[in-house]
Design a protein around this ligand. Structure first.
Ligand code: FE
Length: 201
């Protein structure tokens, strides 16, 4: 059919680079009046400059310092995040998993790149790689050693597979050296990778 032929032709003209493909798609959507370019820019600006791992880090630092807040963050994550204004897009349901001496948690999305955007921002490139997505499940200890973390043999590793419905945030163990610091100082100890489980504070 002529229509199909037209689509095939358009498809073969699409550039291979993801950025160009996105641009082509955006141009098309804007031209058809389906999206407002100012709205797209505002969303990109929001995730580039305002939403990022510093939000998750402030939650973790507060949880380390305030046992009552920690209990709420673990048991009523969605409620707490909504209350603090950190809900929304790509974070419909966030589950906090707490590292303990018995268990280290590691987060992956085996299917694509689901990630708790409202608290960590945009996922790092390695999180979306085929290698991480398959190996985090099949050989997590090996993968973590490549991130420079050696998990003791008596500490088990639990791997959490994110989905569009459920995103995970790791609550790392507070390093002994940081005990007694106040929340503002603790924030600097919480790295992005530690909240994915691919790092330690
Ligand atoms: Fe995904």
């Amino acid at each position: 059919m002529p229509h199909d032929h037209h689509d095939d032709h358009a498809h073969s003209l699409l550039p291979p680079e993801p950025a160009l493909r996105v641009k082509a798609l955006e141009t098309l959507l804007v031209r058809k009046g389906l999206v407002d370019p100012a709205a797209v820019d505002a969303i990109i600006d929001q995730y580039e400059h305002h939403i990022g791992p510093h939000i998750g880090a402030s939650l973790i630092a507060r949880a380390w310092n305030d046992p009552e807040f920690k209990k709420q963050l673990v048991n009523n994550t969605d409620g707490i995040l909504a209350e603090m204004g950190f809900g929304g897009r790509q974070g419909e349901h966030i589950v906090v998993v707490e590292n303990t001496p018995a268990c280290h948690n590691l987060v992956v999305c085996t299917l694509c790149s689901c990630y708790p955007w409202p608290v960590l921002g945009v996922p790092p490139a390695w999180y979306k790689s085929d290698a991480y997505r398959s190996r985090a499940v099949s050989e997590p200890r090996e993968v973590l050693s490549e991130f420079g973390i050696i998990i003791p043999q008596d500490q088990k590793i639990r791997v959490w597979d994110s989905t569009a419905e459920i995103r995970y945030l790791v609550l790392p163990m507070q390093p002994k050296a940081s005990f007694g610091l106040d929340q503002a100082d603790l924030v600097g100890w919480v790295s992005r990778n530690s909240m994915i489980g691919a790092g330690l504070p």
